[in-house]
Ligand binder design. Structure first.
Ligand SMILES: NC(=O)C1=CN([C@@H]2O[C@H](COP(=O)(O)OP(=O)(O)OC[C@H]3O[C@@H](n4cnc5c(N)ncnc54)[C@H](O)[C@@H]3O)[C@@H](O)[C@H]2O)C=CC1
Ligand SMILES: CC(=O)C(=O)O
Length: 375
């Protein structure tokens, strides 16, 4: 198969979909790899390393898009990239379609097979292609929150750990999955008072087992969230229902009861955000304030640490990428049924139920289409 990888064009996004080692693995498996010149520079991988691995360097992104049967990326394509889509292309990347109707329509119109990292679900219900970036975003969320609590950014002027004789900061984490657990690890490690909430009580039990008395677990519901937010210095929003637009668990009306200069980090912004006042921000201008509460809503947080993130992401994506490249998407799905769960668009249809529900579009079962690939 001809496999391509292009530079990301989202603002200040330096991660890439393929390391030189990955390129070598695809080449060794008999595939042709085409990469845009300068692809890995932002993550510390020069062209020479891709060439040594057997990849061919192309002068422009368009050349790579045009020649590729499978495109391996990081972020959801931006409108400038839509004209480069072509029928039958396998697009293997984050898509977050529930929050992006124009991208969904562009994928459907062009007949691209959209394979979304964030919905690939293993048999044990884990999300192996989302988890590595969630681990990074979770750890970063506390670091970023700590920074924007500083007075010069509009924050309250509170140090997370405090010092002897002063109160520690109160951190409220809503969503106890990969992001939440990693945020909890850093927040508890820094000595803050941590409360973590989830709707899944088994998850709360697990968090209680691993963190013990260092944290408070609470069932997530409107009343508990409203009460906890009143005392919070830093709130980290990281709920997820795979494929669906994020539930708005932080209502605008709660903001008026919060401390002035408190900070909300809405990590779930890529799925539309879990706070009613969230709007997407970028690394170059990451915060804004509503009702005296600072909001940080960057949709590609791991892009801030691209070297670590590129390696962590591609460690996870390579395995399924090789499976898809070996026999094509349809056969890969039949051989390893978990890959079906990543297919969000196929032959002009939305094939992931929660995406269809969130966008009010028609859903078609991928299995009914993949069994008849020629239809
Ligand atoms: N902004 C960024 O740069 C990044 C954003 N993310 C996003 O962060 C979000 C969380 O990802 P993960 O932690 O990997 O997901 P996950 O699936 O591991 O955890 C999500 C948790 O939210 C819980 N949940 C669902 N509804 C809830 C509610 N109403 N109240 C409280 N908890 C609820 C679930 O039970 C689950 O435990 C996703 O939207 C993901 O795409 C992930 C990485 C980077
Ligand atoms: C999960 C995601 O969209 C990101 O890491 O940018």
């Amino acid at each position: 198969m001809r496999i391509g990888c292009v530079k990301e064009i989202k603002k200040q996004e330096y991660r890439v979909g393929m390391t030189p080692d990955n390129a070598g693995s695809y080449v060794n498996a008999g595939h042709e790899v085409y990469v845009e010149s300068g692809l890995g520079v932002g993550s510390g991988f020069p062209d020479s390393e891709y060439e040594e691995a057997g990849a061919r360097i192309m002068g422009t992104a368009k050349e790579v898009w045009d020649i590729s049967e499978m495109m391996v990326k990081v972020k959801e394509p931006l409108p400038e990239e839509y004209p480069l889509f072509h029928e039958g292309l396998i697009l293997y990347t984050y898509l977050h379609l529930a929050a992006d109707k124009p991208l969904t329509e562009a994928l459907l119109e062009s007949g691209v097979k959209g394979v979304a990292y964030e919905t690939l679900m293993e048999r044990d219900k884990s999300l192996p292609l989302l988890a590595p970036m969630s681990q990074i975003a979770g750890r970063l969320s506390v670091q970023e929150g700590a920074k924007y609590l500083e007075k010069m950014y509009g924050g309250e002027g509170v140090l997370l750990a405090g010092v002897p004789g002063t109160p520690k900061a109160d951190i409220v984490i809503i969503g106890g999955g990969s992001v939440g657990t990693n945020a909890c690890k850093i927040a508890a490690g820094m000595g803050a008072n941590v409360t973590i909430m989830d709707v899944n009580t088994q998850r709360l039990q697990y968090l209680d087992d691993i963190f013990g008395a260092r944290i408070q677990t609470l069932v997530s519901n409107d009343r508990n969230i409203e009460k906890a937010l009143r005392n919070a210095d830093l709130v980290i929003g990281c709920v997820l229902i795979p494929g669906k637009a994020a539930p708005k668990v932080i209502k605008k009306k709660y903001l008026q009861q919060m401390k002035k200069g408190a900070v909300i980090v809405d990590v779930a912004v890529d799925q539309g955000g879990c706070c009613e006042t969230t709007k997407m921000t970028y690394h170059n201008d990451p915060i804004y304030t509503v009702d005296s509460v600072v909001h940080y809503c960057v949709g590609n947080m791991p892009g801030a640490v691209p070297r670590t993130s590129t390696i962590a992401l591609t460690n996870a994506t390579l395995r399924y990428g090789l499976e898809i490249a070996k026999n094509g998407l349809e056969e890969a799905c039949r051989e390893n049924e978990v890959i079906y769960s990543a297919v969000n668009t196929y032959q002009g249809k939305v094939t992931y139920q929660n995406v269809a529900l969130s966008l009010g579009m028609e859903y078609t079962d991928i299995k009914s289409l993949c069994m008849n690939p020629g239809r």
